[in-house]
Design a protein. Structure first.
Length: 200
C-alpha cells in the first residue's frame, strides 16, 4: 500500500471481528515499533504483546473501561501495551558522550521516554493499516493501572502509555461520522508559516 494511502486510511477502529491474525503479521506489526526514533538511541521502551485468548481475557478483566464502551473490542486478536522506561534515558544521558552525570530529569525539555514510546505506538498503528487491518490506541485508566501491573507482573519502572488493539474490522463498520469530519482542523488553523499567526 502506498504510504499516502496508509495515512488516508488510518483511523481508530473500535469494532472487530474475531478473525485471527497470522503470527507473521503480528511479528511485522510489533517489529515496526522497533524502527521508531529514540533520544540517544536509548530505546527506552518495552511491549507487552497479548495474542493468546486467555491472556487477552486477563487484560480486559483488569482494564475493562474501553470494552464497556465498545463491546466488540475484545474480539481483536492482538493487544499490545507499550511501556516507557524513563531510567533508560536518564542512564543513557549520564554516559560520557552525553555528560549529564547527575541524571537530573529537569534537564529534559520534554519527557522523551513518553514521546519515543508514542512514536513507536504510531508505527504499529500505521503498520496495521498497511496490513489491511484496523487498530486503536486507547488509555489504560488510572484506576486500572494497579490491577494491570499486578496481573501481568509489570515492574514499577515501566509506565504504560496506553494500549493498542489490532484486528480485522467488523463487517458493516459504520463510516466515519460527520461529527468527526466536521471537527477535523484545517491546515490554516494549525500551521504557522515562519511566524506564529502567519498562514501559508
Amino acid at each position: 500500500m502506498e504510504f499516502r494511502e496508509v495515512l488516508r486510511r488510518r483511523r481508530m477502529v473500535r469494532h472487530y471481528s474475531d478473525e485471527p491474525l497470522a503470527p507473521e503479521v503480528v511479528e511485522r506489526i510489533v517489529g515496526s515499533a522497533l524502527r521508531a526514533p529514540s533520544a540517544g538511541y536509548a530505546q527506552g521502551w518495552a511491549f507487552l504483546v497479548l495474542t493468546e485468548p486467555a491472556d487477552r481475557a486477563r487484560f480486559w478483566r483488569v482494564a475493562p473501561t474501553r470494552a464497556e464502551r465498545s463491546p466488540t473490542m475484545p474480539n481483536a486478536p492482538l493487544v499490545v501495551v507499550p511501556l516507557a522506561h524513563k531510567s533508560a534515558y536518564l542512564e543513557r544521558y549520564a554516559e560520557a558522550d552525553k555528560g549529564w552525570e547527575d541524571r537530573a530529569e529537569a534537564r529534559w525539555p520534554a519527557p522523551y521516554w513518553f514521546v519515543d514510546t508514542g512514536m513507536a505506538s504510531l508505527l504499529m498503528l500505521l503498520s496495521a493499516v498497511d496490513e489491511g487491518l484496523g487498530a486503536c490506541f486507547f488509555a489504560i485508566m488510572p484506576n486500572e493501572l494497579g490491577p494491570f501491573r499486578a496481573e501481568f507482573g509489570v515492574p514499577d519502572e515501566y509506565a504504560p502509555v496506553g494500549a493498542i488493539t489490532v484486528g480485522h474490522r467488523a463487517p458493516g463498520l459504520p463510516p466515519q461520522s460527520d461529527r468527526v469530519r466536521d471537527r477535523r482542523r484545517e491546515p490554516d488553523q494549525v500551521v504557522h508559516a515562519g511566524q506564529w499567526g502567519r498562514r501559508g
